[in-house]
Design a binder for this molecule. Sequence first.
Ligand code: TYD
Length: 265
Amino acid sequence: MIGGSRDGVLVALEGIDGAGKSTQAALLKDWAHGLGWEVVLSKEPTDGPWGQRIRQSMFTTRLPAEEELQCFVNDRREHVERVLLPALKRGALVVVDRYYYSTVAYQGARGLDAQRVLAQNRAFAPTPDLVLLFDLEPATSLQRVGQRGATDTFESLEALTQVRARFLDMLKTERHIVLLDASEPPSRTHERIAAELVTAVLFPKLAAAHGRYVPPDEPRYALLNEASSLAADHLLPIQDRVRHLWVAKRAKLGASDRAFDQGAR
Ligand code: TYD
């Protein structure tokens, strides 16, 4: 199993509705399955009691902002305990359609403080290895969602414009978020996502676990091979991000880890 017995990978898909998150989740699932990886697709709000309460309010009257925040947090707490953590322990690739960045953006757009919301969530929710932000014009979002059927009380042009601005604001402080242009063809976006996952997440994880050498009979070897077959124009910006992540990580490393790192080079 890729990722070992307790070392899965968590990917969060974020952005306003109609940006293609579920299409990309399905493409990612097929791709990772093809490499022999267990994949768990999940979404928030869930179908649990808190999620149902939220959905009901979406089609009737919106809850007061604090109460709405609390419902999303309670829903996520259950989701983390029942679905995300067990799957991550099994070593699965866990792809979640919306996570706590949505809370920062949507409930932030109602006036709640971004840093408070982030801290409240980070106290119990595992940090994703990769956050993909699908950016889209709110007018295009409404058009796409309208074609699918009902819109709800979360989706007006004004609200979505606020929400999008909150998502884009997070890019300034949350350096691990990857910005994707949702108007690109889905196949190209998928390639970019696969390249990000392999290069920015899996390669550093595997290199750390194996001293930069993965034997060819390891199932994970297929993933590293996959990295080299991905389009080169995806890799340059990713290398920049990886360098940034390593510099940040190294700054936190103690002397013994640093010695290991040098020995493994
Ligand atoms: P959505 O993904 O649209 O669910 P579905 O397609 O099944 O109805 O999510 C419902 C709405 O909830 C969406 O407008 C975004 C919003 N939302 C928040 O406001 N805060 C959150 O923390 C999350 C996860 C979602």
